[in-house]
Design a protein around this ligand. Structure first.
Ligand code: FES
Length: 134
């Protein structure tokens, strides 16, 4: 087997290539591109794109939509699944979110079935939500 190490002296910034020919030419295929979905906020007349697998809380904040109310803006657990203040109402697309976590089962006992902790839900399809539900 031939070792493919080379350095081109005429190109001062070129790094030498190391490894045998099989190692060089059997690089892993690039990962499939992530899909992009849409989050709709009907009460705000807004919809925005989000990548597959994103955390719902991160998406809401990235879209500039208020998530917390009043003092909870500073008194939340920062996505740790401890405080229960990041809950949202899912209007459509509940099936496009990851299953409820243990934290959600504990903190959302008294909330309707269509409520989710946004810091615990991952997005796998289009959803329609309401933040700061009553
Ligand atoms: S931010 Fe505290 S539970 Fe989601």
């Amino acid at each position: 087997m031939k070792n493919a190490e080379s350095s081109n002296a005429s190109e001062p910034n070129s790094a030498p290539v190391r490894g045998n020919e099989e190692e060089i030419f059997q690089a892993p295929a690039p990962a499939a591109a992530l899909q992009t979905f849409t989050i709709r906020y009907p009460d705000r007349n807004l919809e925005a794109p989000i990548e597959e697998g994103a955390v719902l809380r991160d998406a809401i904040r990235a879209h500039g939509v208020p998530l917390y109310t009043f003092i909870n803006n500073i008194r939340n657990c920062n996505g740790g699944g401890q405080c229960g203040t990041c809950f949202v109402e899912v209007l459509e697309g509940m099936e496009n979110l990851s299953p409820r976590t243990i934290a959600e089962q504990r903190l959302l006992k008294r909330r309707p079935e269509n409520c989710r902790l946004s810091c615990q839900a991952l997005i796998y399809g289009n959803v329609s939500i309401r933040t700061q539900p009553k």
